[in-house]
Design a protein around this ligand. Structure first.
Ligand SMILES: Cc1cc2nc3c(=O)[nH]c(=O)nc-3n(C[C@H](O)[C@H](O)[C@H](O)COP(=O)(O)O)c2cc1C
Length: 208
C-alpha cells in the first residue's frame, strides 16, 4: 500500500513537471516565405508590433530557424565555435519565461508571469511585442571565460540573432536586435551564474 502511494505521488510529480514543458508543432519545412535574397532585401529593424499573439506554428518555425536541430547528429541551424552550442534561447511572453530545447523542440517554463519589462528595460516598445527572445551565452560550455571564449560566444550569439532577423524578414514578422536590457534583473530571474551572460534580445511580433 505504501509503495502504491509512493508510485502515485511520483506519477503526479511527473505530470506536474510535464505541464511546464510545451511540445512545439513540427517546424514547417514547406512554409511559404520570401526567398533568401528577398529576405536580405527586406530585412530591417522594426520597433512597432501588433499585440496579437504569435501562433504556435510561427513560434515553432521562428525558434527552429534561430537554432533548432537540423541534423540527426544533434547539430543546429546556427553554427557555434567547436559546436559547443553555448547559446541559451529564452522566450519571454505575457504568460511566462521559457527555455527552448533545440533537440526536443520544446519550451520549458523557467519563470511564470510577464517579465518582458526587464528585457525591454529603457525601451518601452520592446515589452509591447508578444514575444521577446533573449540569447544568453553560457561560457561554462567552453570550460573558460577568457577573452577568446567571450569573443566566440559573441560571434555565435550574433549568428543566432541574424537567423532570427532573416527568418522574420522572410516570414513577414517584425523584429529588431537589441543590446538594451536589464542584465542584472535577468540574471536574478533566471538564476544565471557569472559565466552565463545575456548578450542580445529580439522582440518579435506581427506588423502593426
Ligand atoms: C549588436 C546590436 C545592438 C543593438 N541594440 C539596439 C538597442 O538596444 N535598441 C534598439 O532600438 N536597436 C538596437 N539595435 C538595432 C540598430 O539600431 C539597427 O540595426 C541599426 O540602426 C541599423 O538599422 P537596420 O537594422 O534597420 O538596418 C542594435 C543592433 C545591433 C546589431
Amino acid at each position: 500500500m505504501k509503495h502504491l502511494f509512493l508510485i502515485a505521488v511520483l506519477l503526479l510529480m511527473g505530470t506536474a513537471c510535464n505541464a511546464q514543458t510545451q511540445n512545439l508543432p513540427k517546424p514547417n519545412m514547406q512554409r511559404q516565405t520570401l526567398s533568401v535574397m528577398e529576405s536580405y532585401n527586406q530585412r530591417k529593424s522594426v520597433r512597432e508590433y501588433s499585440a496579437k499573439e504569435l501562433s504556435d506554428q510561427d513560434l515553432s518555425d521562428l525558434l527552429w530557424a534561430a537554432q533548432g536541430q537540423n541534423r540527426p547528429d544533434g547539430h543546429l541551424t546556427a553554427p557555434t565555435a567547436m559546436n559547443r552550442q553555448e547559446i541559451r534561447l529564452y522566450v519571454f511572453t505575457a504568460k511566462n519565461v521559457a527555455l527552448y530545447d533545440p533537440k526536443a523542440h520544446t519550451l520549458t517554463q523557467v519563470a511564470s508571469g510577464d517579465h518582458r519589462d526587464i528585457v525591454a528595460s529603457g525601451q518601452a516598445f520592446a515589452k509591447a511585442a508578444p514575444v521577446v527572445l533573449l540569447m544568453v551565452a553560457d561560457l561554462d560550455k567552453f570550460g573558460s571565460n577568457n577573452q577568446q571564449s567571450q569573443a566566440m560566444a559573441a560571434v555565435d550569439t550574433g549568428i543566432v540573432c541574424e537567423n532570427i532577423n532573416l527568418f522574420c524578414s522572410a516570414a513577414g514578422l517584425c523584429t529588431v536586435p537589441r543590446a538594451t536590457m536589464d542584465s542584472k534583473a535577468i540574471s536574478t530571474l533566471l538564476s544565471l551564474n557569472a559565466n552565463q551572460i545575456p548578450l542580445i534580445n529580439n522582440p518579435v511580433g506581427y506588423p502593426k
